[in-house]
Design a protein around this ligand. Structure first.
Ligand code: ZN
Length: 343
């Protein structure tokens, strides 16, 4: 009997856990029904054996997983943990989505043609406001503003001798000593000059170099001693001298752009330029004028004052008529001498 039991035990040892459990269940059933103590003992032995085997298998599997993990470097451990967390969270999400779809109910909403829950709002396109730095640029170039027109005088310029060499002329203090012409409580340069130089810059894709914008009367005298120049409109902020980089030798082309500026939507007195009959400075090119401005070209040897000591021809634009105030712009000594702030 004992050898028989041993044989059965050795047979059970060869079975896997699931089969052992099934056998234990069957033995329990029979032993219970037939009141057989031998079978009951065998059942207890099998249950004990299968529990032990399960524990061993668990230990082996945990060793198989955790031993390699513990040998990994720290970064790899972290990587695995992160990977597993992401995987788990995604599984969670997809599970939530699946549950949501299962519980989803679709209902059709019926309403009459004229029924509206919300009143209709008329939509209008809103233009984006420019950022401050966008205001400073026009195409590839910095946008020219009145700052470019400040007096070029400086107290580091050496004193010069006037006509006859008797009088010593000293320059003004420049930006440190005075500002631009002052109108209606703010510094002022005639806007048409600013618009034109920016237009030229846009057309030429080159930089407009302003050699003279505003000149205070002191610097005006220092830069140019000729009597005729003492009434220059530079002193009112109504005149500008400049050349265009890349078009230094083509001032006539620049003059053409200025004339083109006046062709779009302007009346005849603005878009028609007339050639000057008088040429008091004896320039090679007599000037051109319309109602608003007067244009002059100074060739390489002409009009070389202190501010225009460069080797290029330059263009002068002089304002003749103020469109905003609808009045002629004439030189006024009182305005020139009193019309700007001093520090
Ligand atoms: Zn000055």
């Amino acid at each position: 009997m004992k050898s028989m039991r041993n044989k059965i035990k050795s047979l059970f040892r060869k079975l896997n856990i699931v089969s052992l459990r099934l056998c234990a269940f069957a033995l329990n059933f029979f032993s219970h029904n037939q009141n057989n103590t031998a079978l009951s003992k065998l059942f207890i032995w099998i249950r004990k054996n299968s529990t032990q085997r399960r524990k061993d298998a668990k230990k082996r599997s945990s060793l198989f997983v955790y031993l390699p993990f513990s040998l990994c470097p720290l970064w790899l451990k972290l990587f695995i943990i992160i990977l597993m967390s992401i995987g788990c969270s995604r599984m969670d999400q997809s599970e939530n989505e699946r549950v949501r779809k299962c519980n989803e109910k679709k209902e059709t909403i019926y309403r009459l043609e004229h029924e509206r829950i919300f009143s209709e709002v008329e939509s209008r396109e809103k233009k984006r406001e420019k950022y401050p730095w966008e205001e400073l640029y026009m195409g590839m170039h910095s946008k020219i503003n009145k700052e470019y027109f400040r007096c070029k005088g400086s107290d580091i310029n050496p004193p010069i001798r006037g006509e006859g060499g008797k009088e010593e002329i000293i320059d003004c203090g420049g930006l440190d000593k005075h500002g631009l012409p002052f109108q209606e409580n703010q510094e002022f340069i005639y806007p048409i000059l600013i618009d034109l130089v920016n237009y030229i810059q846009e057309k030429s894709e080159g930089t407009v170099v302003i050699t003279t914008g505003h000149r205070c009367p002191v610097h005006n005298r220092y830069a140019e001693q000729a009597k005729i120049m003492q009434s220059s409109k530079h002193q009112l902020g109504a005149e500008v001298d400049f050349y265009v980089e890349g078009f230094e030798e083509k001032p006539l082309e620049v003059i053409k752009w200025i004339m083109d500026y006046y062709q779009a939507g302007q009346s005849a007195e603005y878009n028609r330029f007339i050639r000057c009959q008088k040429n008091p400075e004896g320039l090679k090119h007599p000037g051109w004028y319309n109602k608003e401005i007067l244009l002059r070209i100074h060739e390489k040897t002409e009009g070389r004052d202190y501010d225009n000591r460069h080797p290029y021809p330059y263009i002068t634009i002089e304002v003749r008529f103020d469109k905003q105030k609808n009045e002629a712009v004439n030189f006024d000594w009182d305005k020139a001498i009193k019309g700007y702030l001093r520090n």
